[in-house]
Design a protein around this ligand. Structure first.
Ligand SMILES: [Zn+2]
Length: 148
């Protein structure tokens, strides 16, 4: 990775550099499992490898590769998690570095749509228990196999 495109005080850039939760590295994108505390097993985050802010920062090459990823990642995640629905969200507000959340919503889950981000805040504050990182290990292994 070219470090010239990394912003030092950016949480996304630092996560990419550390390789934390890495599932797959594409030419322009870095796919990882969401970091601890984990709200949902299989909640994935796709980050632009260089520091670019918001949807408007994507260039042609990055948006074309994103299109290819969108053709395979949601299907793979649905297969591995048995989710009813795969959500895709991108706000880039608290962390402006362009990133997308892929969230599996399972049949037994009562929450819908934006409530997953309320859950994430509840897990961060300790109001709701987080998923143990050990529970995500086999899912991460399976999605790696499915995507490679
Ligand atoms: Zn960044």
């Amino acid at each position: 990775m070219n470090h010239k495109y990394i912003k030092n005080n950016c949480e996304s850039c630092q996560r990419i550099l550390s390789g934390a939760g890495k599932i797959k590295e594409y030419k322009c994108w870095f796919l990882e499992h969401v970091g601890e505390p984990i709200p949902v097993n299989g909640w994935l985050v796709l980050r632009l490898k260089r520091h670019g802010e918001g949807l408007v920062s994507m260039n042609k090459e990055e948006s074309e590769e994103l299109g290819q990823i969108l053709n395979s990642l949601p299907k793979a995640l649905k297969e591995v998690t048995n989710a009813t629905q795969i959500y895709l969200c991108s706000f880039n507000e608290s962390v402006p570095h362009l990133h997308f959340h892929f969230i599996p919503r399972r049949a037994e889950e009562k929450r819908r749509t934006i409530d997953f981000f309320i859950l994430q805040n509840e897990v961060k504050s300790g109001k709701v228990s987080a998923i143990a990182a050990s529970e995500t290990a086999s899912l991460i292994r399976n999605i790696k196999i499915r995507l490679n």
